[in-house]
Design a protein. Structure first.
Length: 188
């Protein structure tokens, strides 16, 4: 069973290990403001296959080692099931399957990023967590306009960090999408 450890560091020089069997709590993450500026800020970076992604750190509640969830019948293949997280039933989505990654092995590096989005707790399975980076707005380029055949509505930008290309995603938009339906769409 996983347990929450210390707070994740909020600097680009620190590295969040994902190989252990414990989770890390992100202090203050559940109190983040939605709709914040996606051009810059602090991002938790993680790998899906050979690609590296980043999400706003304020959406992250904690990071846990992967434990097989309880399956739900007739669910989409990327919806792995649910887990009981300290009395809260949390839906678990495998982002590797959602994005069509070639290989979705479950190993010692596989982790679940527990997200708190508009008060709803959701888990996202990823290959590994890299680190927390602070990106200035000028380091982020707009998401490319590829074509109508490719859904890029959840991509907020692309950042080059040293020799890495980082795809920044709006995890709230992804989890609120019609196919996922895990977070109710904002009422306007």
């Amino acid at each position: 069973m996983s347990m929450v450890l210390d707070s994740l560091p909020a600097t680009s020089s620190n590295h969040a290990s994902s190989g252990g069997k414990a989770g890390r709590s992100v202090s203050g993450a559940a109190h983040g403001a939605s709709g914040s500026n996606h051009l810059g800020g602090e991002f938790l970076t993680f790998r899906l296959g050979s690609e590296e992604y980043g999400i706003e750190i304020l959406k992250v509640q904690e990071i846990r080692s992967y434990e097989p969830p309880t399956r739900i019948a007739n669910a989409a293949p990327f919806f792995k099931g649910v887990v009981n997280l300290r009395g809260v039933i949390v839906p678990i989505v495998d982002l590797r399957l959602k994005f069509g990654c070639d290989n979705a092995d479950y190993n010692g590096f596989t982790v679940v990023i527990v997200l708190n989005i508009r008060g709803r707790v959701v888990g996202a399975v990823v290959d590994s967590v890299s680190d927390v980076l602070e990106l200035p707005g000028e380091a982020v380029r707009p998401a490319p306009d590829i074509s109508a055949a490719v859904d890029t509505s959840y991509i907020t930008g692309i950042a080059n960090v040293a020799d890495r290309m980082l795809i920044l995603m709006d995890i709230e938009a992804l989890m609120s999408g019609a196919e996922m339906g895990l977070i109710e769409a904002a009422m306007h």
